[in-house]
Design a protein around this ligand. Structure first.
Ligand code: IVH
Length: 668
């Protein structure tokens, strides 16, 4: 066979196999036997093996997986991935529709869909080819799991026809079909492996598998419920779904266009009972305004669209025994009581603990030790106790007594009038508070220190090496490498990460030091207003309150923090270690031009010090990393950069830029 003949035959087989895949996995109407399908697939694979240059990534042979991904890169969503507001009753649904009628001053049509209980995914297509699949993550960025998503057979690697935008994204839910899940557990039972608890968590775990062949073997599936592109795809949501279907995507047949509130309610009621007869799990239904013009007019709140809402089915409940109440101490010293329960199966998972929120909650439930309690799994991950069966209470049962002293450091707890929670006031002496503050300091949105995590903080603390954030900057290589599980590379990475954090801009340092009520936004406001830490520390209550959006509660907390000499000493030491405790002059020029880009800064520069350059990277939205890897976007090289770094950058094909190139990049 010539190359040309092979090309023609491969094209023919690809078209046929794609069509059969679509019939089988999307339409559930197979037209050939599995045997015939396999024969064709084998023929295709044999040709691709013989003519490797003809193998395309959209080939149906590429569904079996085999790609191994070590870690999944974090990628920014082109369109943010929002979530839905929830409602739990017909009254709330009625209110939702009333709000819409009021805002638009007329009745509108709704599309009702099932709310699939799986893992949200955004999949990008260019020229109809699947290019990238990203998990929801925090809505702004997620993990890229393209290789794993490509194994889902109902998802086209190449969209059907040619009536689609050059670039578009589909949104949907990856789920574990019930029969596939049950089969998986039967197989596991046979080989004596522990069983998986529920389809959703297993789908989520499967998608994070490093080996796409494992994903392929599991039989995940995916329903799509939205398509987006820079241009409009249709004028209504419903027509958009029909377009998705035309392009070969799997859209649930159970969506309905509803012209009245009655039709919406009929849909809710039907699925409240019918849901148990589906081949997959749903946790509610979703109601969306049909017209896209209307959707645009209604807009979004910070988190979710005003034109859609989820109606969640009543949560499942179970009765079990309360064994004991224990107490957790958080970073801020807040005490959270936890109910330790006799393990009970609830909505597919074994529940052993439930949160009790605060002392009032315990009093309200009138909890007694050994009580039979009603646990419920609602929208939250952690189940809660919603009631007590008093009839089953033993005559001699004693009420649960809220603790008076901290379970970690024995300090007497306090509770101010306007707080629901008790607090341990021993901020600087209570271990979980000390560790929690350091964990907060190194976290992604604060100092973002590479190579350092909660576990290492724990080890360093236990070894007596750190008790506050300033201590981090005095750690030596020898101290760190002496810890368990620390090798040369990880130690160096940690030390470099700490060093690199000295370039982090002032607002993030201020957020990182963990003043109560000073979150990211407040830290930015305070930094912008006071320009440096000395001015902030010297500010009076009036001066603090004069800042936009800073109220009495925050002002009081800031004053209290800086009044403590121990905190003053920590700040002094951070200053001595060269952290950014003032807004850099050039801060006036901050931008996001380097967003998502990571830099390794190395060598000696002519116009700026290395720390100034690193600060500039941060100010323009970039990230400093200490060592060169595949993830590095640029190496910013000054004089006397080490030859091994240079060589590594060249090997990995990472652009090496000069000080001048960099200044051009940031528009300086
Ligand atoms: S629409 C702007 N439709 O529910 C939000 N979401 O919080 C658009 N989900 O994890 C979401 N079925 O993946 C929509 N038919 C459906 C859905 C659905 C399940 C999930 C979604 C996300 C959560 C929404």
């Amino acid at each position: 066979m010539t190359n040309q003949q092979a090309q023609a035959r491969i094209a023919e087989l690809t078209t046929e196999l794609n069509a059969h895949n679509h019939k089988y996995y999307v339409l559930s109407e197979p037209s050939i036997s599995d045997f015939e399908f396999d024969k064709k697939l084998e023929e295709l694979m044999a040709l691709e093996a013989q003519f490797p240059e003809l193998l395309s990534s959209e080939s149906p042979s590429q569904r079996v997986g085999g790609t191994v991904t070590k870690d999944f890169p974090t990628v920014k969503h082109q369109y943010p991935m929002m979530s839905l507001g929830n409602s739990y009753s017909k009254e709330e649904m009625q209110e939702f529709m009333a709000r819409i009628t009021k805002a638009l001053e007329r009745e509108v049509e709704y599309v009702c869909e099932l709310k699939f209980d799986g893992v949200a995914i955004g999949i990008r297509y260019a020229d109809g080819k699947m290019t990238q699949a990203i998990t929801r993550g925090d809505g702004v960025q997620g993990d890229e799991i393209t290789a794993n998503i490509r194994t889902i057979r109902s998802l086209p690697l190449q969209a059907k026809g040619n009536e689609f935008p050059k670039e578009f994204e589909v949104r949907g839910e990856v789920y574990f079909p019930r029969d596939k899940f049950d089969q998986l557990n039967r197989d596991r039972e046979e080989i004596g492996e522990p069983l998986y608890a529920n389809p959703r968590n297993t789908a989520s775990g499967t998608l994070k598998s490093q080996d796409s062949a494992v994903v392929a073997s599991r039989g995940l599936d995916c329903f799509l419920y939205a398509a987006m592109a820079d241009e409009r795809i249709a004028d209504t949501h419903y027509d958009g779904l029909l377009k998705l279907k035309e392009w070969g995507f799997k859209v649930s047949e159970h969506m309905r266009l509803c012209k009245s509130a009655e039709e919406v309610f009929a849909f809710l009621e039907k699925w409240d009972t019918e849901r148990h007869n589906l081949g997959f799990e749903i946790d509610g239904v979703v109601i969306k305004v049909n017209s896209l013009d209307d959707q645009d007019e209604l807009g979004f709140t910070a988190k979710s669209p005003r034109w859609a809402i989820a109606y969640k089915f009543a949560s499942e409940q179970a009765i079990t025994r309360l064994n004991e109440v224990t107490y957790q101490v958080g970073r801020t010293g807040a005490i959270t009581p936890v109910a330790n329960l006799e393990p009970v199966l609830l909505a597919g998972t074994t529940v052993k603990r439930a949160s009790l929120h605060n002392a009032d909650q315990i009093a309200k439930l009138d909890l007694h030790s050994g009580d039979m309690v009603q646990v419920e799994k609602g929208g939250e991950i952690i189940p809660k106790i919603v009631g007590v069966d008093v009839a089953q209470r033993a005559a001699n049962a004693v009420p649960v007594q809220y603790i008076q002293t901290c379970p970690e450091c024995a300090t007497e707890l306090v509770r101010s009038e306007d707080e629901a929670k008790h607090f341990c006031p021993n901020e600087l002496g209570c271990p979980p508070q000390i560790k929690g503050r350091m964990e907060h300091f190194i976290s992604r949105k604060a100092m973002n220190i590479d190579g350092l995590g909660a576990e290492t903080i724990d080890q360093l603390y236990e070894a007596g090496l750190i008790t506050n954030v300033a201590d981090l900057y005095e750690l030596t290589y020898d101290q760190v490498i002496a810890l368990d599980r620390m090798a040369d590379v990880s130690t160096q990475k940690l030390i470099n990460g700490i060093e690199a954090s000295k370039a982090i801009a002032f607002p993030r340092v201020l957020f990182g030091i963990g003043i109560r009520f000073v979150g990211e936004t407040v830290a930015k406001k305070l930094a912008k207003h006071f320009k440096n830490i000395d001015a902030l520390m010297a500010a009076s209550e009036e001066e603090l309150i004069a800042v936009d959006e800073i109220g009495g509660r925050i002002a009081e907390s800031v004053l209290k923090f800086f009044a403590d000499e121990r905190n003053q000493r920590i700040i002094q030491r951070l200053k001595e270690h060269g952290l950014q405790l003032e807004v850099a002059e050039s801060n006036e020029l901050t931008s996001n031009v380097l967003e998502g880009k990571s830099f390794v800064v190395s060598g000696v520069f002519s116009q700026f010090s290395r720390d100034e350059i690193k600060a500039a990277v941060e100010q323009h939205g970039g990230k400093n990393i200490s060592s060169i890897s595949k993830k590095t976007d640029y190496v910013l090289a000054g004089d006397k950069m080490g030859p091994s770094k240079l060589q590594k950058a060249e090997e990995l094909g990472i652009p090496i830029i000069s000080e001048e190139d960099f200044l051009l990049m940031i528009g300086g």
